[in-house]
Design a protein around this ligand. Structure first.
Ligand code: NAG
Ligand code: NAG
Ligand code: NAG
Ligand code: NAG
Ligand code: NAG
Ligand code: NAG
Ligand code: NAG
Length: 366
């Protein structure tokens, strides 16, 4: 009884610390995991160190595979993470909607998944998944309820084909992906988040991302791009391209991104000479990260920009024209945070009238 009360207390604590219905859990694959309380989604990705396994096995009347834990609080969740499993366990219960298999030794998806039809999350980070095996078994195709498929840190060499059409999040960071199957994304009209950072992509061809009509966040950091890829969906609001060796940015590098708000281009080897002066001057932009490059001047940014990160460059001068073309009652910069630390300039280089332009600034770092 004492144990039960304790377990209920843990549950309550978890619920209390959460905001309304959607909360961000631990940083997962580089972006927080979004949890929908109204759906009764589990708020932890592993039970390790949280629950007494023996107690749950003894007290939960529902069937549970021998290699897994099934918590009473989330009857639809099955935790089989970090067990050294070489395969997906058989005898997964019909009720399974949230399946945690991260930290195992799984190289392919077995037919056991075909026995369950209501799968919503399939978490397979840190396994040995291989593209040739995954494309053969087509185990996911019929999972019409599958919204999250996570396979960060595996051995995939291409984006799997035959993904279920209802998918909302696809996380494939830190694999060895160098190509995208032409049909992979064709039907994924509901996909909003696609993580591909830490792979080996060099280009994105026309048609590769066709079909991604709802894509909001695309992370392509840490790949082998030498220029901003063309043919990206115009719905993107967050585009992460840090840690690619970009040769430069053309005038039209971001033309067509009418919704782009957050742009990250840190650690890209950018030099002022190779960056077209007007490339960032589009009014949807809210946050721009250009830190750890080789810029010698501050690029022209739109007055709508609120966060600009330029730390660790080689900037020598502060040119107000970058922020304000003119200063008036309604023409001023909306900048809130401006980072210029780790450059070759000093506070006394700011012109005396800079506060008229940057009048809503909250923090400046020099
Ligand atoms: C994972 O599987 C490989 C062979 O497929 C084996 O050599 C290795 O020992 C396994 N690792 C663990 C942790 O079970
Ligand atoms: C799962 O499906 C396989 C065929 O794909 C079948 O042989 C097996 O009995 C099923 N297992 C359960 C527990 O339903
Ligand atoms: C998917 O469903 C179709 C139609 O119900 C069926 O013919 C096919 O065998 C299923 N595929 C898998 C891999 O279970
Ligand atoms: C995509 O989302 C819409 C709206 O939520 C839904 O009606 C539709 O069924 C979804 N598509 C698929 C293939 O699940
Ligand atoms: C980029 O690389 C640097 C240095 O290797 C690393 O510290 C940073 O976390 C990486 N950032 C991203 C977004 O990949
Ligand atoms: C930046 O864009 C705005 C809005 O399109 C335009 O009015 C302004 O002239 C541009 N600034 C420069 C320096 O080209
Ligand atoms: C500031 O930038 C503008 C436009 O890029 C340029 O015309 C002007 O000469 C620069 N001013 C200084 C002091 O460098």
């Amino acid at each position: 009884m004492a144990l039960l009360r304790c377990a209920v207390l843990v549950l309550l604590c978890v619920f209390h610390s959460a905001s309304a219905t959607v909360v961000a859990d631990a940083d997962y694959g580089g972006v927080p995991l979004w949890i929908n309380r109204l759906l009764g989604e589990p708020s932890v990705i592993s039970l390790h160190g949280r629950m007494d396994r023996a107690w749950f096995r003894a007290n939960n009347p529902q069937a549970c595979p021998q290699q897994c834990d099934c918590p009473i609080q989330w009857p639809t969740a099955v935790y089989c993470d970090h067990r050294g499993l070489a395969e997906v366990p058989d005898s997964l219960p019909d009720r399974t909607q949230y399946l945690f298999l991260q930290g195992n030794n799984i190289s392919s998806l077995s037919s056991f998944l075909a026995n369950i039809t209501g799968l919503r999350w399939l978490i397979l980070d840190h396994n040995q998944l291989q593209s040739n095996k995954l494309d053969q078994d087509a185990a996911l195709q019929n999972q019409t309820q599958l919204y999250y498929f996570f396979a960060n840190h595996n051995h995939l060499s291409s984006v799997p084909g035959m993904l279920p059409a209802g998918l909302k999040q696809l996380r494939l960071a830190h694999n060895q992906i160098s190509s995208i199957n032409p049909e992979a994304f064709q039907n994924l009209h509901n996909l909003t988040l696609l993580l591909l950072q830490g792979n080996r992509l060099q280009t994105i061809s026309e048609g590769d991302l066709k079909g991604l009509a709802s894509l909001n966040l695309l992370d392509l950091s840490g790949n082998l791009f030498s220029s901003v890829p063309r043919n990206l969906p115009s719905t993107i609001q967050q585009l992460y391209l840090s840690n690619n060796s970009l040769s430069g940015l053309d005038e039209d590098s971001f033309v067509g991104f009418l919704n782009l708000k957050y742009l990250r281009l840190s650690h890209c080897g950018l030099k002022s000479g190779g960056v077209h002066w007007g490339v960032f001057n589009f009014s949807s932009l809210v946050e721009l990260d250009l830190s750890y490059n080789k810029l010698t001047t501050i690029p022209i940014v739109p007055t709508t920009l609120q966060y600009l990160y330029l730390e660790a460059n080689e900037i020598r001068e502060f040119n107000m024209t970058s922020f304000c073309r003119e200063v008036g009652p309604l023409s001023y910069s909306r900048m809130k945070i401006l980072r210029l630390d780790g450059n070759k300039m000093f506070y006394h280089q700011l012109p005396f009238d800079w506060v008229y332009c940057l009048r809503v600034l909250e923090s400046i770092y020099i």
